[in-house]
Design a protein around this ligand. Sequence first.
Ligand code: 9YW
Length: 429
Amino acid sequence: VNSGKIDSATASSLADLATKTLIANDLGGYTVPTHGLYPFQWNWDSAITALGWMKSDESRAWQEIDVLFSGQWDNGMVPHILFHKDSDTYFPGPDVWGSDKKIKSTSISQPPVVATIMKEMLASAKDKALAEHKVKALFSKVVDYHLWWYNDRDPEKTGLVVTYHPWESGMDNSPSWDDALHAVPCVDWEYTRRDTSHVDSSQRPHKSEYDRFLYLVDFFKRNNFDSKVIYETCPYKVNDLGIIAILHRATKDLLKMGEQLGLNDDRTDYLAQRLQITEQAINTLWCEQSQYFYCRDVLTNSLAKVKTSAALLTVYAGLTSDEQTKIINTATEDFIESSQFSVASTHPKEEKYEPQRYWRGPIWLHINWMIAIGLKEAGFVTTANKIQDDTRNLVVKSGYYEYFNPETGAGCGGKDFSWTAAIALHWLL
Ligand code: 9YW
């Protein structure tokens, strides 16, 4: 146990609680983020949760990834939610999404962190034979998933994939989507949300956002999930820094794993070419005036000039020049200094910052982990360590909540949350 600034008894009781949280959220092969609020398998939650399972049960950790890929579409997409079993505690469920696949699912994806996680799992595995066997069995499916991102979401090879839904970004109500989402029509049918029956509505997205989230869900269904039609006509198309950075890092990690195990071929060579295009294109999201990266509304070709933590992930992706890396490190220090706990998802000095409302301010542990990895690798160890210490303080203070208030450190959203427990096990304890 690497207890850092906490004593080993506290660390081991927190580790014990985290393992129990995963076990309690295990539905047999996949882990729900938390019961009630999120009763299915979510894509990036599952990947991150596998890191936590590695500490207690490596074979269960690999199973999490296997089950995630069991829902992969023929075109390579790995959906954002897999509805393995029915539940009436979440809306919108499989009928609203309307996909006809063997395993019911949504028709969008989520930040593709899974290859990066698999690389971490391979490196830390005690059972190397199992890990290599699993990576070999999954490798081609992960390549398909990455090819889907580049070919379906960037068919014109701009270097920057597009996302079609705030849910796809995993950062549902980030202020980065406000303008792009505002241009989307509202659904014209009545519906009953379930999220606000589990969690206080002051912590959740507004109805005006949900109306548009649902319009888009309907839009995909009405267009029979046809990639070409949706690419040409989707009323919401965004270059999301979070997805772009996470995809870029994960593609590099996939190629490194492939090299290590002798699995690379012409398909991975093609992915390597796509990496190069992104390395050029990322600078179109850089604002010289504010010295910061922003997401872009592709339909209006305008940058969403609000400072969010997604931009800090460009260092983790290895997408920054030396000069930009320094600037992003300084920006991260500024995020850290601007609230009691860090890293706020929206900068506390932004007008749109709200400390309790989902992705408009609160801290998310897996994002902290990624930001810290990036800065540490780039040589900014002090900033990385500060983030790690702050993050540890949060779980000591508040336990395994979905996310945290940067001003008070209070836990918000769902309780007993899988990815929070997993990050604690992997990185903090
Ligand atoms: C939704 C499960 C998911 C996360 C997302 C987070 C939220 C809600 O919960 O999404 O309905 O998909 O924003 O990142 O994967 O924890």
